[in-house]
Structure formats: C-alpha cells, structure tokens
Design a protein around this ligand. Structure first.
Ligand SMILES: Cc1cc2nc3c(=O)[nH]c(=O)nc-3n(C[C@H](O)[C@H](O)[C@H](O)COP(=O)(O)O)c2cc1C
Length: 227
C-alpha cells in the first residue's frame, strides 16, 4: 500500500520537477525562446527568469516588444496556450522558490548567457535572482548549463568559464555545428537547443544526429523567419 510520502519519492514526482530557465542579455535570445517553447510543447514546468537586458535584445533581434506584462507578452509571441506551465519570477524576488535549494528542480540553464551574468555566477555574486538560482543549482550539485555568446572571448571571460566548469557547470558557447547540414537558421537554432536539452536527458529530436535518423519538429515561423 502506498502512502503520501511514498508518492513524493515516486518516479512520477521526479518527472514533474520544474526546470529553471534564465534568459539574459546576450545576443541569441532566440535560443532561450525556442527552449521555452519546446518545454511548453512537452508540458515541462518551467521557472522562468528574464533579465532587463534580455528584453532589450529580444526587441532588437526578434521584434519582440514586451511591456510590463512579460509573461503575457511571451505567451502571445510564442503562441502558447493559456495556462502554459511556466512561472515568471521577478529578478528582485529573493523569496522566490528557485532561491532555495530545498525547492527541487531538474537543473537550470542560462540561455543565452551574457558575459555579465557569467562573471557574476563565476564569482558567486547574487545581485539578482538569476545569479542566486545559479548559485543554488551549483551548491546542490544539479546541472547548471550556461550558453555564453560573445566573439572573441577575452582572458577574463575565459577564466570565468574555467572557474564555472571547475565548479561543476556545463559551459558551452552558442556555436551550431554544420555536420547535420542545416538548411535554415531554424535548423541551426534547434541544433544548439537540442544539445542543451541533451545535457538534462530530454529525449529530443530537434536536429539530425550524427549517424542517426531523426525527425526535426516544426518551428512556428513567427519566432524566426527563414531566409
Ligand atoms: C542587441 C544587444 C546585443 C548584445 N549582445 C551581447 C552578447 O552577445 N554577449 C554579451 O555578453 N552581452 C551582450 N550584450 C550586452 C548585455 O546585454 C549587457 O552586458 C547586459 O548588462 C547584460 O545583463 P544581464 O546579464 O543581466 O542580462 C548585448 C546587448 C544588446 C542590446
């Protein structure tokens, strides 16, 4: 006979654990948006953190102009159903769930990750909730992946990436491969997003894998116009 406490440790409970997704102000907000869209498609609950700079980049790169209602703006832009399972947190809310290690998650990804956020996380600063959630993820030994975007990298940023790697984070740059013969920007985005998902064991077929047959999922044209 199973009790309530048995259920809390059951595999089903683990499947429902939320994922922490942070989108910061590096170029490539499309990666974070696509990741959010993918999670909503598969019903993966997400704790979402979006920096002010990320909103500025979304405006520049995706014509996505969001006012005060960030959750509503993202829902409309990504054409998510009402009640899509993501919760947007204010970056000043240090009482949020993701600020505590006792709040269980599948891990966290910062996609894309700016050099500013990279530096803060590498040095254990907690000037906003993204930094704090990343610090929590590291101390709890959960998977933290950062997808940095800059070119070229300076010495300080390379040292920060090394520090984070040594602390257990998965460090990557947003650099799509070409061996899967991408036909569009969407293909390149999905290659990177798919490789992010791989780090957490999400069984995705967003891109054609080397020596494997896979069927990429369609991407709504509103996110990205292919040229
Ligand atoms: C259009 C645009 C593109 C940017 N691209 C990058 C970038 O690729 N990498 C980066 O580290 N910062 C980039 N920045 C600068 C960051 O947004 C800025 O350093 C900001 O302070 C980062 O804050 P955040 O980490 O809180 O998001 C960009 C800014 C804008 C407006």
């Amino acid at each position: 006979m199973s009790s309530a406490s048995d259920k809390s440790n059951s595999p089903e409970r683990t499947v429902e654990l939320p994922f922490v997704l942070a989108i910061t102000g590096a170029s490539g907000s499309i990666y974070g948006l696509r990741l959010l869209q993918y999670f909503m498609e598969i019903g993966q609950p997400v704790d979402l953190l979006v920096s002010r700079a990320a909103l500025q980049v979304m405006k520049e790169e995706n014509d996505l102009i969001i006012g005060d209602d960030i959750a509503g703006g993202l829902t409309r832009y990504l054409e998510l159903p009402e009640g899509a399972p993501f919760k947007l947190h204010k970056l000043t809310d240090y009482g949020a769930s993701v600020a505590s290690g006792s709040y269980r998650t599948k891990g966290m990804a910062i996609v894309p990750c700016s050099l500013g956020t990279l530096g803060a996380v590498a040095h254990g600063l907690t000037e906003n909730l993204i930094h704090r959630a990343a610090a929590v993820c590291l101390k709890e030994k959960r998977t933290l992946m950062i997808l940095v975007r800059e070119m070229p990298f300076g010495h300080i940023q390379l040292k920060n990436m090394l520090a984070l790697s040594e602390a257990g984070a998965v460090v990557a740059a947003a650099c799509p491969g070409y061996y899967h013969r991408p036909q569009s920007i969407s293909d390149q985005v999905d290659f990177v997003v798919g490789r992010v998902l791989d780090q957490y064991g999400f069984d995705n077929s967003l891109f054609k894998r080397w020596k494997e047959d896979s069927r990429p999922l369609p991407m709504p044209s509103r996110i990205l116009q292919d040229h």
